[in-house]
Design a protein around this ligand. Structure first.
Ligand code: HEM
Length: 180
């Protein structure tokens, strides 16, 4: 139970928690996407899903730029090297999925003629793709996004496990009031 005082800076915390909330909220809105014509609330949820995806992509770009400009965080000293390697791999995979999930969704929407719509501005490309290709795009978006939500869930449970079972200070890196 070594004490470690490192904590991420405020901007990293903001990026981490806004991405966390958005990813789980967008994940919960996904099952409504096939029923978008049914009523106003579901149309709204569908819009949230799409706009949320663009926001995740924007935050992913900002995060990568931010990480490149800040100091490399010190390793978690009370966690052994093997486990730290897995944690690093999980975070790197999460970052890749943060890009792939919205990008595959945007590609699918563009392919079905629903490009980026910002008020009067609409950027849509007529890809002329047939149904089998569209189904592959849709499946790719489903698989990549499910992987993002599941890996994000596993990463969260791993941190909570450290907090509850190992009683170390890992969670305090991202939650200020849990800082040891
Ligand atoms: C979908 C949800 C989540 C995603 C995509 C995610 C993603 C990430 C990423 C990219 C990092 C590296 C951050 C950086 O270097 O600035 C990170 C670190 C971290 N996350 Fe998450 N996270 C999620 C949920 C959570 C939750 C719910 C918790 C707490 C219960 C948590 C706790 C942590 C901690 C403690 C670290 C620091 C690990 C270290 O310094 O080695 N994360 N997370």
């Amino acid at each position: 139970m070594a004490v470690r005082s490192f904590q991420y800076d405020t901007f990293s915390l903001l990026l981490h928690w806004s991405l966390t909330i958005l990813i789980f909220a967008i994940g919960f809105s996904a099952p409504f996407m096939d029923h978008r014509s049914q009523n106003g609330l579901i149309v709204f949820i569908g819009q949230f899903h799409i706009i949320g995806g663009y926001v995740v992509l924007g935050l992913a770009v900002i995060s990568v730029m931010w990480w490149a400009s800040r100091q490399v965080p010190p390793p978690v000293r009370d966690i052994e090297t093997g486990e730290q390697r897995w944690m690093k791999l999980a975070v790197q995979t999460l970052v890749i999925l943060l890009f792939l999930s919205p990008l595959t969704g945007i590609a699918y929407l563009a392919a079905v003629g629903q490009g980026l719509e910002l008020g009067p501005l609409k950027i849509a490309v007529d890809t002329g793709l047939g149904r089998p290709a569209l189904n592959w795009l849709s499946l790719t978006h489903h698989v990549v996004s499910a992987a993002l939500v599941m890996l994000g869930g596993a990463h969260s449970l791993h941190v909570v496990w450290h907090h509850v079972v190992r009683e170390d200070s890992l969670i305090g890196r991202m939650i200020p009031w849990h800082r040891l």
